[in-house]
Design a protein around this ligand. Sequence first.
Ligand code: HEC
Length: 421
Amino acid sequence: MDALLVSYGVEWLNLLVRWLHLITGIAWIGASFYFVWLDNSIRPPKPGSDLAKRGVSGELWAVHGGGFYNPQKYLVAPAELPEELHWFKWEAYATWLTGFAMLFIVYYFNASAMMINKDVADLNTWQAIGVGLGTLVVGWTVYDVLCRSPLGKREGLLGIVMYLFIVAAAYVLTHLLSGRAAYIHVGAMIGTMMVGNVLMVIIPGQRKLVEAMRVGKSPDPIYGKKAKQRSVHNNYFTLPVLFIMISNHYGMTYNHPYSWLVLAAIIAAGALIRHFFNLRHAGRVSLGYPIAGVALLMAVAIAIAPRPIQPVAPVTPVAKADSAAGTTAAATAAAPAADIAHIQEIISQRCASCHSAQPTQPGFATAPAGMILQTSDQIRQHADKIYQQAVQLKAMPLANMTHITDEERALIGTWYAAGAK
Ligand code: HEC
């Protein structure tokens, strides 16, 4: 089949699976937010009341969508199992499955462009994919062992160790893969831990609970405790993971030389903000947490702000040789002018293989990000973004697949500084 048609088909697959991933993710995280809120917001019934006698440990009233709701939580379980019991698990599984598929569609099928950055590490396709998949397996294994170890009994310490483990993973991955792939794999690793918790601990625990009830035994509280521990972790993972899932749009974070530290700070901010909401639902307002979280985000924003660059006179290899010979005047004359004709030449050589109406780069059916850079008008129109991506962030060309030189980047900088005419 025509290669263009194949990558066009993959583009649609990308769209549909991403859409599904988003939908199932919203269903999962939404339900999980709701239950955390519910758990923190219910209040115990009056002692001696009918509800208390029935074993209800907490309840609340809510109005939504034109109706009144009165959920009640039973301490262990109701005296009799209801005929129909709703489980919440397919949202989590479907989110993981679609996310895993996205790893293949976006990253593994196009590893040379999307995962490998030869300036970071000289990996081949299989090594890069191995690092990606290995991260998910190692991440879950380490996390699960930690939770089951004696450390698992010490919530706060376990939280700190987990955080350090995730930061270490970010450090290693950003030194092996492109920044963007490194970030998404930290997210996929945490997401795998979350779904692993549902599949391997929370749901089996609930099954044990229901089974015990069915045969009329009182269930072992250990299952409830273990499930609770994992569900608390999942709760703190949500905001950091959601950031990572959208991070691929923000090259300023994952392309920074200290991208792992940037990620470490953003993850900490997410967890702090989540902590505030958890406390608030339970009736405690501790503004210190969100203030610390926002301050951390602001500190990151300031720390990674692009420095205004001095437009340097471009030095071509030829000019270098000339100036070495002492003919500076000749060098200046030989230096290419930062005019649109020259910029267009650079862009058509270094960018247009992807950024054109019909890309010639294998794996690209349409211009990425809808950015077509063929005519001089298109180049002028997108000058800000070209400057940002190719000069400030050096995020483009993607993985520098087209081997743009520093001189060419500098020339784009000079052209931009002179008004991008
Ligand atoms: C190998 C393919 C490839 C090459 C070559 C390439 N790009 Fe890109 N470009 C991409 C992809 C993929 C994206 C989308 C990235 C994303 O969604 O985060 C993109 C996005 C962009 C964006 C949009 C960013 C945004 O925030 O909307 C700009 C601007 C850009 N590229 C400029 C350039 C310039 C300038 C060059 C040449 C110096 C270049 N690209 C070369 C693949 C390429």
